[in-house]
Design a protein around this ligand. Structure first.
Ligand SMILES: [Zn+2]
Length: 254
């Protein structure tokens, strides 16, 4: 929503936007060591972080993230212009790193645009970092920043769904994985050998994850809080058994 600015002409409004862009870009750069359009837009709240997070988790309503940018086209265009002016003035160097999420079959690239436009995709995945960092170093830093560290599994909060592969019914309260935005039952996602460990025991969780060759985090969407909340993790039964043994020993020792 455009802020009402009485008494300021177009010029004043432009400078105001320019300053907001610069401040937000500087904050991102300081925090992350690099900044791209999506980080900038989140910092400016033109893109709600909750949308970004849902998109990163593979939520089916986010086939592309671009439609969720809440800013008129003219203002958005100006925002990008100010951003790129700032990038040039800072002497930052472009680094291309796609946004990804982790799936049981490895990382999956997340498209930002709804139509997969090649130029726009490049625009969004290009982040800017201080030029004195070598390309390799900057890439590594971004890789670390972006890598969704976990496989995410959802607890279904809507009435029922269906596995897109075996067509088994997925009941409310049970778990599903999203592949390319399509729901999969845990068996089809190759996650059904895992067991659920509810949140709560920090030491147990940490150990179980450490010993588990494959693990996933279970989240549930809270309508009240408008965000995903962590319910626990899925780990291999062996890993859980070993973690429980160690935690038992730790407790009896100390
Ligand atoms: Zn299935």
């Amino acid at each position: 929503m455009e802020r009402a600015k009485t008494g300021l002409g177009g010029r004043g409004a432009t400078n105001d936007l320019q300053q907001r862009v610069r401040r937000a870009a500087e904050q991102c750069l300081e925090r992350d060591g690099a900044v791209g359009p999506l980080e900038l837009l989140q910092q400016m709240l033109f893109l709600q972080p909750v949308h970004f997070q849902a998109w990163q988790k593979g939520n089916p309503y986010y086939a592309g993230l671009e439609p969720h940018i809440q800013c008129g086209p003219a203002k958005l265009e100006k925002t990008y212009q100010h951003f790129h002016d700032w990038v040039r003035q800072q002497g930052l160097a472009p680094v291309e790193v796609p946004y990804r999420r982790l799936t049981p079959n490895g990382p999956e690239i997340l498209p930002v645009t709804a139509d997969g436009d090649v130029e726009r995709e490049r625009f969004f995945r290009t982040r800017y970092a201080p030029a004195e960092l070598t390309d390799k170093k900057a890439k590594k830093r971004l890789d670390k920043l972006d890598k969704a560290p976990e496989v995410v599994v959802y607890e279904l909060t809507s009435p029922a769904s269906q596995c897109s592969e075996c067509h088994a019914e997925i009941l409310k309260g049970s778990l599903l994985f999203l592949r390319q935005t399509q729901p999969l039952c845990l068996a089809c996602a190759d996650l059904d050998q895992l067991v659920f460990l509810p949140s709560g025991g920090t030491a147990l969780t940490r150990r179980a994850r450490k010993y588990s060759a494959l693990s996933a985090v279970v989240v549930r969407f809270s309508r009240a809080r408008n965000r995903y909340e962590r319910q626990g993790i899925l780990v291999t039964p062996d890993a859980l058994a070993q973690a429980e043994r160690e935690c038992g020993e730790a407790t009896s020792r100390g």
